[in-house]
Structure formats: C-alpha cells, structure tokens
Design a protein around this ligand. Structure first.
Ligand SMILES: Nc1nc2c(c(=O)[nH]1)N[C@H]1C(S)=C(S)[C@@H](COP(=O)(O)OP(=O)(O)OC[C@H]3O[C@@H](n4cnc5c(=O)[nH]c(N)nc54)[C@H](O)[C@@H]3O)O[C@H]1N2
Ligand SMILES: Nc1nc2c(c(=O)[nH]1)N[C@H]1C(S)=C(S)[C@@H](COP(=O)(O)OP(=O)(O)OC[C@H]3O[C@@H](n4cnc5c(=O)[nH]c(N)nc54)[C@H](O)[C@@H]3O)O[C@H]1N2
Ligand code: SF4
Ligand SMILES: [Mo]
Length: 855
C-alpha cells in the first residue's frame, strides 16, 4: 500500500511520518526532526483515525443543516454584527493546531477585510510570553537555534519543560547525545520532579515562579566572576539601564535552593561555553512569564552564547503549528510575516499587498480579555476554530458561560461533542489530520507538509475552505483560492515585506517551489540554520537588549496548583482519548501531593482529593512535588469526567506584558473527598460520566470507568446498569463480606457485556484483566473473580504503551535481576519501540515507584 510522507499533528517537535491509508504509521527516517523516531502518541495515531464521534455534517441549533444554510447564516450574522456594532464586535479564536494556510486566511479575513484585530489563538495560553520576550530582546520573534544544537551542546538546561513527556523525540535525542558523550551535562529546573529529571545530572527543585531570581542570580554571578563577554556586549547588545543592578537586587535564595546548589549550577553554567537553555510552559505560563524569558536570554547575551553551534536560548513550541501561527500573525497583537501591528508603515504595506478594503488599526483583544468581552456583551459574533476553550482557558466555567452569552457563536471542529461545542449555535465539520493538506512549522523553524492519505468523511471540509467560503459570502474578494498550494504561494510571496522592513522571516524562495513535493525546509532558506551568528539583531540599531528584571513577589497560598501534561494524552483528549493503548497509561484525573501534606489531610494512596470548588482527583502521593504544591493534568473534560477540570480553579492572573495566563499557578484549598463508595466498571457500551467522581477511558474491548459517590446505592444492579449503560441481559451479583466488595456481571447472549466492582474503599481489581473479559463467554461468576489466576499475574498500570507492559511485570523483571533499562527491554520488550517510557523505566528502577496510586 502506498505510503504518504506527512507530519505528526501533535507536538512542536514536528516529526516526519510515513502513513498508509490502512492506518499504519511509521517514523520518516529522512525527516531531520526525528530521523525515523516517533513517541507513543505519534505511534498510536492509527488508533485515532476512525470516524466514531466525528462531526459529519453542519449543525445549526443542534440540528443537522446543509452547508449552504450554515455558511449563509455565519456570513449573514457576522456581516450584520459588523454593520450594526462595528468590526470590533466580532471575533475569531483560533489555534496552533490550524495549518499555516488555514491560519493565514483567517487572519487575512479578520485583519485585512473585517478590519479588526480581534483574532487571538490558544497560542496566547502557550507561547505568548516567549513571543513578547523575543521581541523585547531581539526586536522580532526569532528562535535563534536549531535541533542540532542539542547534539553539540556541553550543557543543556531544561527550564519548566517536561521534555520526556511533552517533546519525547527531542528528549530521546538528548539522551542519545548523552550516551554517546557522557561529558554532556543536563540540568532540569522544575518545582516538580518529572520523568525528565531522570536524565538530569542536577535537578533544581526551585520554588514556583522563582525562575527570575535564579537567572538574575546567574547574571550577577557571571558579572562577578568576569564570565561575561565584554566585546560582545559592546558590539551587539544594549544593556538596558540597571539590568545588572536589578539582577543584583534579587535574592537567589528565593528559589529555596541551598547556597551550595546555587553555586554548583552557576559555576557549571559560567564554565561551559556551549550551553543551550531549553524552556517551555513552566516559563511561559506565569505572571512573570515574559520576564522569565528575558532573564534566560540576558545570560546568553551577556556571554555572547547565542547564534553559535551548541549555544542559545531555545523555546520549544507546544503545538504542531504554534510557530506557523506566529509567522502568519495569528495573535491579536501581530501581523502576517512578522510585521508589527503598531507600525503604520507595516500596516499600510500589508494592506497594499492584500489590496484589501480595510486594515485593523490597533491590537485586538487577547484571549483572556476576548472572553471577558464575550461575557460583558461587547462581542456579538464569535467563531472558534480547532480549540476547546471551555476546557483549556483559565476559569473555564466562566468562559463556557461567556461563549453562551454571545448572541451568535460558531465552532469548527472535527468532533461532534466537545465541551465548547456544547455551548455554540453552529457546528461546522472540519477535516482532520490525514484528510487535509497544508504546512506546519516546528520549533526549529522547519516548514513541513502535512499530506492527506485518507478520504474526508461525511460532509467535512478543510478549515481553509470553510473560512474562504464564509469570506466570499460576506462579499470579500481575495479568498478565491483553488487550494492550499495557492494560499501558501500568496503567503510565501508576501514575506518579502518582512525582509523589506528589515525583519527575519523570508519564505519567498518557497513561493514558486513545487508545493506537493516540498521537502521539510528550515528558514532562513538556504542559509546558516542559526540566527544571530553575525551578532546582528532586529532592533533598529541592530543590537539586542538586555532587560532589567525585578523579581516577582512570591505568594504562599494554601496549596499552589501546578498543571500540565501527561505522556500519552493530548490536551482535551478529543483524539488521543480514542486510543486504548494511550488510555492505559493514566486513565483518570489525578493530583500529585507530597507525603507530608497527604498525612496532614489524611489522604491515603488511591483516595480521592477535592480541590477548590469541588473538582475531584485521584490522589497520587509522591515526593516528586514539593510540600505545599499539587500537580494535576489538564486533559480531563466534561465529556470524559464529571470532575477533574483543572481550569475551573481560577489561575492567579496574567503576565502583564504578554497577556499569557498563569496556568501553572492557581491557589487552591484541598480536602479529602469523603466517598461513601468507590467503583470500577468495564463495559462494551460507551458510558457517560454521571457520578460525583467519574472518569471514562477507552479499552481494547469498549470502555472503562472509575467512579465514586456519596451514599451507598440501595440497588447495586440498578447502579451497575446505569453506570455501564447496559439495560438488557441477565445480571449476576456477588457480595463478598470478607472484602466488603460488591460485583455485578451483565451477560448478553451468553457473553459478558459489562462488569462492575464497588466497595467502601478504593476498588482493588485487576483492571486490564477485567477489560479483557468483555465479549468473552466466561461464566459470570468466574468473571467476577476479578483477579487473574496465579498463573497470570496482574500486570498493573501500563508503563510501556507500545508493548502493553505493566508496572508489576516490570517490577518482577527488575527483582529477577534486570537492573538497567536495556536489560528490562531485553526481558520484557518495554521501551524498545518508541522509547517514550524509558525515563519512567529508569525512574522505576531507581525508586521502584508507583506510576499511579490506583493501580
Ligand atoms: N504528551 C503531551 N505532549 C504535549 C502536549 C500534550 O498535551 N500532551 N501538548 C503540547 C503543548 S501545546 C505544549 S505547550 C507543550 C508543553 O510542554 P511542557 O511545558 O514541557 O509541559 P507542561 O507539563 O505543561 O509543563 C512543564 C513543566 O513546568 C513546570 N513548572 C510549573 N511551574 C513552574 C515554575 O514556576 N518554574 C519552572 N521552572 N517550572 C515550572 C511543571 O512542573 C511542569 O513539569 O507540550 C506539547 N506536548
Ligand atoms: N491548566 C492548564 N490549562 C492549559 C494548559 C496548561 O498547561 N494548564 N496549557 C495551555 C496550552 S499551552 C494549550 S496549547 C491549550 C490547548 O488547549 P486546546 O487547544 O483547547 O485543546 P485541544 O484538545 O488540542 O483542542 C483542539 C480542538 O480542535 C479539534 N481539531 C483537531 N484537529 C482539527 C482540525 O484540523 N480542524 C478543526 N477545526 N478542529 C480540529 C479537536 O477535536 C479539539 O476539539 O491549553 C492551555 N490550557
Ligand atoms: S515527539 Fe511525538 S507527539 Fe511530538 S511530533 Fe514527534 S511523534 Fe508527534
Ligand atoms: Mo501549548
């Protein structure tokens, strides 16, 4: 079967993939981002391509509609709002998961034709602080380095980045570099110990938001020890007034690290010329996010360690096209081709190039303000594309209400049911990955093609086409594109303006390239892959800026809730949630808590913890988080759980420079959730979360649910039938007085359709085995035994998703003498395919720790 070369739709590493129409997925050995490697999410893409749950036709007010009616309605309502209330009464909220071509036409429509800049994207929650920091330091939003720098560095500092789970292929690249060259040092700076810490020679468990104090302290150390490069500073940098004085004023002891540890890090950094500082959301998502970015860049500028092999600050992007979005001006305060919205000449040049009837005159509303404007009635029509703000925005319940408050709302999504979809008037079915074509740009500025290899299901259409169709109906010319190649050509040619105004982005060499055959291409095209090698920056005087940065006052809330990602889920799980392989890693919302806090709160392993307004999480007790802090993943939504929605706990604010919300720092109270009963269910039917605590996940045979309630149900069979969504067939119920467990089996046509286990304590049962019984003809009572027979030990929670190896199997292998990751691989196969679980294997060997409380 013919393989198609395409690019992974998940993280910003931007791995090349060879995909077959039958769903077989392989890493592309020729793609320079991954050289054939894929992580667990990329490897499992084939399991996410079925059409179950897809939105296959437009809907108006919850009813199926045809495209003509839907597009007419969207165009009419936007046009009416603009004519009655002006261009700023409408808004678009997009996503770093749109392709460059989609993103470009959405911006062209809003900024050049409607004439408002009220188009912001989920990149505001993601990369906005980096963009602002880059612009302050360099004069444009330029990522200086390239992945090869990771191979060539002698020191890699990972700040606020869980690379092992979030950019696994880059993590593996560093791990390989370290194996080949043991002198390579890795430092991990994170208030939490993570899978990434396994690779680090030094883990600096700093206090949350003390990054500026840490790097200010480093700058002072560099000055004091004459480690700065005076020549470089004189020729290429403007040291903003008091940058060094401000650095001296902050107290590195705010980090909570001992003076010895601080010295160790400072000396290592000062003494290692080839240093790359990789950073991500622990930096960006903070009230001091932009300052953190500049605190890092300050140290690189002070030493001239930028733009050379193996050196530089390196922001790794989250979404597959976060970078492409920045290039086409996706944010409310940017214009296409890295032009500045505040600059009248830039605006005029862009309008001339577009020959468009209008042009925005000022920055538009940033995400948090945009949804505030929805709440207070300023926005009359809103179009959301390829993002799920009712989950992912801070203060998500208020955002859901704000969307409902807008008189007319539209969502373009692949899926029929999402939390955001449940709030809008019109749903437009979008073609998804594998079905649509376009380009994405990864963290190292490499433009790669996504190519279709599947038919578009139902009536879905690619996003660019939907946007252009609406624009045409609004009476705008300029959107008459034959396809993505046509759009890309216009956009690439337009980047000549960037050069014309002395900026960095130049894709003109690609404007006439063969789009279909376009190989992965890094910009600047055909030149050195690094920016600033010559010490020239993009401020008018050609120099970079070192910024004076004050240390933020640190708050000490009851608990500080840190949030982020897990290895095998992507954001709001609309796609990764379909994969049984990925669901087996961590199948329910959990909160990680330090043992000392757990003792104070009286929570035991596998208990439940209620946070803030009553969001409930499975507790994971571990000393990887610091006392006084909690960590919970961002992935669970109202579709997959009744609670566990982290963003219903309000974040502490936004970064004043970038407007990026501080999604890593909510203040929250925590108490033990006093469950009357706990349950676990497996079913052939799709279940829906209804109980006070209730989380659903895919299994190979159907679905599974973890749940808990207040009062013991009167009728267990009825409870089991409600939870498992199977109302017919025979039920067998078994009470075990010894354990206090109740077990119900539901048999339909002689086969097991559902199993339900409940107890007044967290349920102990071999979950994988229970799931494997669905559809089998095992007698009801045998199935209810739950635990596997002695000859088939309970494998425990899955650690290796590729080969489905559980934690107990690994422990047994380690106990039997497999004491290295390699040996474990030989004995159990774990970690020998995609390798994403290697850090967990290493940690397991180190500490024999549990990956999940309720295993
Ligand atoms: N598996 C998976 N991978 C993904 C994604 C996914 O959903 N799932 N999403 C992608 C996207 S869009 C993004 S943006 C990236 C995000 O990638 P990362 O930024 O690496 O991931 P996060 O888990 O959000 O947060 C990283 C770390 O920041 C730490 N942190 C919290 N507060 C602070 C602080 O004050 N200082 C420091 N130094 N660190 C702090 C957290 O403890 C956490 O370990 O991942 C991408 N890759
Ligand atoms: N507490 C907390 N909150 C966070 C974060 C955090 O660390 N902590 N991280 C933030 C960050 S960095 C990010 S990037 C956001 C991510 O948050 P979101 O962007 O809201 O999450 P996704 O689940 O990726 O949403 C993408 C949506 O687009 C749909 N989709 C997929 N492909 C297509 C397509 O081709 N076309 C269209 N039209 N739709 C498509 C999917 O079905 C899904 O509904 O979350 C942010 N929120
Ligand atoms: S590291 Fe994984 S998720 Fe990221 S692009 Fe590569 S395969 Fe996709
Ligand atoms: Mo992100």
């Amino acid at each position: 079967m013919k393989q198609v070369r395409t690019t992974c739709p998940y993280c910003g590493v931007g791995c090349g993939i060879l995909a077959s129409p039958d769903g077989r997925i392989e890493g592309d050995p020729d793609h320079p981002a991954n050289f054939g490697r894929l992580c667990s999410k990329g490897s499992a893409l084939g399991e996410t391509l079925d059409i179950q749950g897809r939105l296959l036709a437009p809907q108006i007010g919850g009813r199926r509609a045809d495209w003509t009616a839907a597009l007419d309605l969207v165009a009419d309502r936007f046009t009416a709002a603009i004519s009655q209330h002006g261009p700023d009464s409408v808004a678009i909220y997009g996503s770093g998961q749109l392709l460059t071509e989609d993103y470009y036409v959405a911006n062209k429509l809003m900024k050049g034709y409607i004439g408002s800049a009220n188009i912001d994207t989920n990149s505001r929650l993601c990369m906005a602080s980096t963009v602002a920091g880059h612009k302050r330091a360099f004069g444009t939003d330029t990522v200086p380095g390239t992945y090869e720098d990771l191979d060539e560095a002698d020191l890699i500092v990972l700040v606020g980045s869980n690379l092992a789970w979030c950019h696994p292929v880059l993590y593996q690249r560093i791990a390989a570099a370290k194996a080949a060259r043991p002198a390579l040092r890795v430092v991990n700076i994170d208030p939490r110990m993570t899978a990434t810490s396994a690779l680090a020679d030094l883990h600096l468990q700093i206090k949350a938001d003390s990054d500026v104090a840490l790097f200010n302290g480093l700058l002072a150390h560099l000055v004091d020890t004459q480690a700065i490069d005076l020549d470089y500073l004189n020729n290429h940098v403007v040291v903003c007034r008091d940058a060094v004085a401000a650095a001296r004023q902050s107290d590195p002891r705010d980090t909570g690290l001992t003076p010895q540890t601080l010295q160790q890090f400072y000396q290592l950094w000062a003494g290692t010329p080839r240093v790359v500082t990789v950073y991500s959301q622990g930096v960006n998502q903070s009230t001091s996010g932009t300052d953190k970015v500049n605190a890092i860049i300050n140290c690189h500028l002070a030493t001239g360690r930028i733009g050379q092999p193996g050196m530089g600050p390196f922001s790794v992007t989250g979404q597959p096209n976060a970078m492409g979005g920045r290039e086409v001006g996706g944010l409310a305060n940017m214009l296409a081709a890295h032009l500045d919205i505040e600059d009248a000449d830039h605006r005029a040049a862009l309008q001339a190039a577009w020959q468009s009837p209008a042009m925005c005159t000022k920055p538009g509303l940033k995400a948090v303000d945009l949804f505030k404007a929805c709440a207070d009635g300023r926005i009359k029509a809103l179009w959301i594309m390829s993002t799920n703000p009712a989950v992912s925005m801070p203060d998500a319940p208020a955002v859901a209400d704000a969307i409902r408050n807008v008189p007319f709302t539209v969502l373009s999504d692949m899926m029929a049911r999402t939390d955001t979809g449940d709030c809008v008037d019109v749903l437009l079915p979008a073609a998804g990955w594998g079905e649509k074509s376009g380009t994405v740009t990864n963290s190292e500025r490499r433009v790669s093609r996504q190519r279709a290899f599947l038919p578009i299901p139902g009536e879905a259409r690619p996003d660019w086409q939907i946007i252009c169709d609406v624009a045409g109906r609004m009476g705008f010319d300029g959107f008459d594109f034959a396809g993505p190649a046509d759009i890309f050509r216009e956009y690439a040619a337009l980047t000549r303006l960037s050069r014309q105004f002395g900026k960095d982005l130049d894709l003109t060499p690609l404007a006439n390239a063969d789009y279909d055959a376009l190989p992965p291409t890094q910009w600047p095209v055909g030149q050195s892959p690094r920016f600033f090698a010559d010490g020239r920056f993009f401020h008018a005087d050609g120099k970079a800026r070192m910024i004076a940065l004050k240390t933020p006052a640190l708050t000490t809330p009851t608990f500080r809730l840190n949030t982020g990602r897990i290895r095998d889920q992507w954001h709001t799980m609309t796609r990764t949630g379909k994969s049984a392989t990925l669901g087996a890693h961590l199948a329910e919302p959990y909160a990680e808590i330090h043992p000392s806090d757990a003792t104070v709160l009286g929570v035991a392993p596998a208990d439940l913890l209620a946070l803030g307004d009553g969001q409930i999480f499975r507790v994971l007790i571990s000393d990887r988080v610091a006392p006084g802090t909690l960590f919970a993943p961002m992935h669970w939504t109202r579709q997959t759980a009744t609670s566990g929605l982290v963003n219903s706990i309000p974040a502490i604010g936004v970064d004043p420079v970038s407007g990026q919300p501080a999604l890593k720092g909510a203040q929250v109270t925590a108490t033990r959730f006093d469950a009357g009963w706990y349950g676990f269910a497996v079913s052939a039917a799709q279940m829906a979360p209804t109980r006070p605590y209730h989380a659903i996940a895919r299994t190979r045979t159907g679905w599974q649910a973890e749940c808990a309630g207040y009062k013991l149900p009167m009728d267990w069979e009825a409870e089991a039938r409600t939870i498992t969504a199977i109302s017919h067939g025979d039920a067998a119920t078994l009470h075990d007085p010894a354990t206090g467990q109740t077990r119900v089996a539901i048999i339909v046509d002689g086969r097991i359709s559902a199993l339900f286990f409940a107890a007044t304590d967290p349920v102990v049962v071999n979950r994988q085995h229970a799931a494997s019984l669905i559809g089998s003809a095992v007698g009801g009572l045998a199935a209810l035994a739950g635990r596997t027979a002695a000859d088939k030990p309970d494998p425990g929670a899955t650690v290796c998703a590729c080969f489905n190896v559980g934690v107990n199997t690994l422990r047994a292998a380690a106990a039997a003498g497999a004491q290295s990751v390699e040996r474990i691989g030989e004995v159990t196969c774990a970690g020998t395919n995609c390798g994403s679980c290697k850090p967990e294997l290493a940690a397991l060997l180190d500490r024999m720790q549990l990956p999940m409380a309720a295993e």
